[in-house]
Design a protein around this ligand. Structure first.
Ligand code: 5GP
Ligand code: MG
Length: 179
């Protein structure tokens, strides 16, 4: 796997230090309420696991699945909810976690859905935020790193289902895409 990586953008140690800071900010703002953390599968898994262990307060965890990418490196523009049953969110203070904010379609669609389902409040946290014009008017309340508009893998992020277990965020070699 490492052999497919062109360069490491953010190494593990740097990620974890930023998550310490993010967790502190979240605790300042949400620490007095019982939070429901909602993670968007599968990309948010690794980020969420590390972030949650930095939040020493009572909380619950739920996940949901959406599809927008269909295995390529470009967003398809349509966000589909894949679960037969979505989490109970009525009246809850939610921390919605995703791996990366790109076009904004995913976060916007999920955030809107949770509000429609009666959530009291939805705050959003992502590991990475691409610095670009978004298709949807949405920003993350918390993000660990800003980045340029390039395709990254690792630390939860995949290319065709692989590379999520890399402990760092990196860029794939060009040749990987033509395999
Ligand atoms: P958005 O809906 O904001 O365009 O994209 C959000 C979703 O697209 C993320 O949850 C992630 O699954 C996927 N995505 C966006 N950019 C990247 C990227 O650079 N690498 C990977 N692996 N997935 C990405
Ligand atoms: Mg995703």
């Amino acid at each position: 796997m490492d052999a497919d990586i062109e360069k490491v953008l953010i190494d593990e140690e740097v990620i974890l230090r930023r998550l310490d800071v993010m967790a502190e900010r979240i605790l300042e703002e949400l620490g007095n309420e019982e939070i429901l953390v909602v993670g968007i599968l599968t990309g948010a898994l690794v980020f969420m696991a590390d972030l949650l262990r930095r939040l020493p307060v009572p909380l619950q965890i739920e996940t949901l699945s959406v599809a927008s990418y269909h295995g390529g490196t470009e967003s398809s523009g349509v966000v589909k909810f894949l679960d037969a049953k979505l989490p109970e969110v009525e009246g809850r203070n939610i921390l919605l976690c995703d791996d990366i904010l790109d076009t904004g379609r995913t976060l916007k669609a999920v955030r809107t859905k949770l509000m429609e389902m009666g959530a009291a409040r939805v705050k959003t946290a992502v590991l990475l935020s691409k610095d670009k014009d978004r298709a949807e008017d949405v920003e993350a309340d918390y993000y660990a790193f800003g980045m340029g508009d390039e395709f990254v893998v690792g630390y939860g992020l995949d290319y065709q289902g692989r590379y999520r277990n890399l402990p760092y965020v990196g860029v794939l070699k060009e040749e990987v895409y033509s395999r």
